[in-house]
Design a protein around this ligand. Structure first.
Ligand SMILES: [Zn+2]
Length: 354
């Protein structure tokens, strides 16, 4: 019996199914509900057309070339005034040969050393490690856009919950329609560097490029330019803070760490991650955030981290009075360089208040 006389073959069914997916628009991509289909690569013409003006995806930035006229000019304009601080360790985060040589007085306000958030270099603002609004969680996720985030973003939408998404530039160019979904859903976007390495290891030009090209990728794909960033692994010092501030980026760190990204690495277990969520809920219930709110590090890194966020959402929403994007908790109503986009201030935010 010939296959086609008994109905379409599996391959044909798959082809028909795939054909039904619209992978050319944000809405089409957002409607896909099978993670394997979500994560099949696609080509987005505006990114293809612009690739030559970006560094290689996922490769640490080494230079801002002369044909990037705007980036080169911005770097040269700030280069002479960047604090004279030597790069530390390696981009993979090996500081074993650097730390023994570093003064215990922490002259660079190096977060990785003792979680310093108050810069010593004159004129730099303190990092945002918590939010001013009491009983509030500045709700956010690092490392996106993740190609299989539709179930997670659908969940947030169903809860009418918005968050701050810290996007890696290389992920934005790999998954541009997923990045667009964050803006379409009303989330706030901050930058999370180009290649997600330890920033204090980069020479000045590379550090500038890691921030600059992540901003440019977000701008190209979503139309907005972020005014905030989070250092991967929290690795920031006054030299990197200065470069970020010259690019108009506020440095956002955290006080609480779910360690969700570390499960399966460094011996971290899912039980420990749950204990970290539980501790934040207990602290909130005990009144720790009655005068100022909290920020916890969580990720849209993989299906485990996203599922854990969903599993814990009802308890966080019950323990805090408000879960809001960090910009909302800062009453920062204009989160981007572009002035045609606003977010509500805290009082006006129609945020869940269980
Ligand atoms: Zn990260």
């Amino acid at each position: 019996m010939h296959l086609l006389t008994s109905g379409p073959s599996f391959a044909l069914l798959l082809a028909l199914h795939t054909h039904a997916q619209d992978r050319t628009t944000e809405a089409g991509e957002a409607a896909i509900d099978a993670p394997t289909l979500e994560c099949a690569p696609y080509s987005y013409p505006p990114v293809v057309a612009a690739l030559a003006s970006f560094p290689p995806i996922w490769t640490p930035v080494t230079s801002v070339p002369a044909n990037d006229t705007e980036g080169r000019a911005k770097f040269l304009a700030m280069n002479a005034s960047i604090p004279n601080i030597t790069p530390k360790g390696t981009m993979a985060g090996d500081f074993s040969s650097f730390t023994p040589t570093y003064s215990t007085t922490d002259p660079d306000c190096w977060w990785t050393f003792h979680q310093c958030v108050t810069p010593k270099f004159k004129g730099l603002n303190a990092d945002i490690a918590n939010v001013p609004e009491p009983r509030t969680l500045g709700y956010g996720f690092d490392d996106g856009p993740n190609c299989s985030h539709n179930a997670f973003y659908d969940y947030l939408t169903a809860q009418q919950q918005k968050a701050t998404m810290f996007f890696i530039g290389s992920n934005v160019l790999d998954w541009p329609l997923e990045a667009q979904r964050a803006v379409a859903d009303g989330h706030q976007i901050c930058a999370h560097t180009w290649s997600h390495r330890y920033m204090t290891a980069f020479p000045n030009e590379g550090a500038f490029g890691e921030l600059w090209y992540s901003m440019q990728a977000i701008k190209l794909v979503t139309g907005v330019t972020p005014t905030c960033w989070r250092p991967p692994f929290g690795d920031v010092d006054d030299r990197i803070r200065y470069i970020a501030s010259q690019l108009g980026l506020e440095t956002i760190i955290w006080q609480f760490n779910s360690n969700d990204w570390e499960v399966g690495l460094n011996g971290v277990t899912t039980d420990q991650v749950q204990a970290n969520y539980d501790a934040l809920v207990a602290n909130a219930s005990a009144g720790m955030f009655n005068s100022a709110g909290a920020i916890m590090l969580t990720h849209e890194l993989n299906n485990y981290t996203m599922q854990t966020a969903m599993d814990n959402y009802p308890r966080l929403a019950a323990a805090f009075d408000h879960l809001v994007p960090i910009a909302v908790a800062q009453n920062k109503t204009q989160p981007y360089v572009e002035t045609n986009y606003t977010m509500p201030d805290f009082a006006a935010c129609a945020c869940p208040s269980p």
